[in-house]
Design a protein around this ligand. Sequence first.
Ligand SMILES: NC(=O)c1ccc[n+]([C@@H]2O[C@H](COP(=O)([O-])OP(=O)(O)OC[C@H]3O[C@@H](n4cnc5c(N)ncnc54)[C@H](OP(=O)(O)O)[C@@H]3O)[C@@H](O)[C@H]2O)c1
Length: 342
Amino acid sequence: MGKSWSQSAWIPNPPITEKNIVDQSGKYRELTMGQVFIVTGGNAGVGLQLAKILYSANARIYLAGRSERRVTEAIEHICCAFPDSKGNLSWLPLDLADLRSIKRAAEQFLNQEKRLDVLWNNAGVMFPSGAIKSQQVSPFGHDIQMSTNVLGPYLLTSLLYQILKQTAETAPLNSVRVCWASSLLSELSPQGGVDMDDSGSPILSNTRYTNYFVSKAANNLIAFEFGKRCKSANVLSVAFNPGNLNTELTRHLMVPYLESVERLLQGLVLWPPRYGAYTELYAGLSPDLTIEQHSGAYIWPWGRIGHLRPDIEDSLRSKIQGGSEKAAKLWAWCDQETVNFT
Ligand SMILES: NC(=O)c1ccc[n+]([C@@H]2O[C@H](COP(=O)([O-])OP(=O)(O)OC[C@H]3O[C@@H](n4cnc5c(N)ncnc54)[C@H](OP(=O)(O)O)[C@@H]3O)[C@@H](O)[C@H]2O)c1
């Protein structure tokens, strides 16, 4: 309970905001080339706010998203807000629910760029359209929340791993990162975060609520497991709970004729989305975070080191270390489900 409160209210001030973000054009880090960032879901909610702040600091950013119209509108909006920025914004077509689109996105990025400094796996779906009680599936038969929130980001990160590794060879230590979106609602996931059958496949529910909770806990497990694997390459992997924010995440939960009232109430109890961007800025840019100490860490709002529910923590450890090894099993499952799309 205390843990929920400390992530929802009485939250310490954000360490990094639009007011103190350092220049991201490369000058600050004395790089010959500016840093390059990818923000998935950068056209709405928290991702849009993050892209705005990064662009205001002259960053080169790819907004990875599925709707050309929505991403183009977001880019226009950001450019209008910061006409003097020396940054760059581009659309990277990506539909995380369609595993085929991910390799295309990675290839397009690799054709255009020589480095990738931070990948924010921010995009996510909470309740896709349709009935609460019915599970929706992706074109390849995966639960849509698991596909969008877990398999898609896993595959995108795997396909970009080489460029992250290569960037880390010359970039300042601890600066090359992958950040994974979890949520306070991961606290409502089953024992260990993800229920698994004997073959190591996640056991999902036929209610969309539970599958969202599972998918968010899964991001903590994957962030940890990826962190273990990329540590020697000097790539830092962290998960974050952005905070409870007034975004479009609940759009398909709204009752059409009550939508304006619901949005009003949401605005009263939830934080403005830019606060979520502060959490993500900390995860992606804070000099406080090091590979040695924070690989696989969980960042809480608006930028501090948090901790996981004890049984989810157990999932990170191997059987020899007394844990349930679920993170490693989930990693193996992601690998198996995405192998045909690499
Ligand atoms: N809002 C909160 O209180 C809260 C709390 C905890 C965690 N989070 C997490 O924070 C992240 C951002 O959420 P948000 O609140 O900013 O939600 P949002 O306003 O709904 O934005 C979600 C973004 O993800 C994109 N997206 C969804 N499905 C996608 C797909 N298949 N392929 C590519 N992009 C896709 C959306 O694109 P479209 O515009 O095309 O739909 C949108 O840009 C999510 O991972 C969410 O789970 C949010």
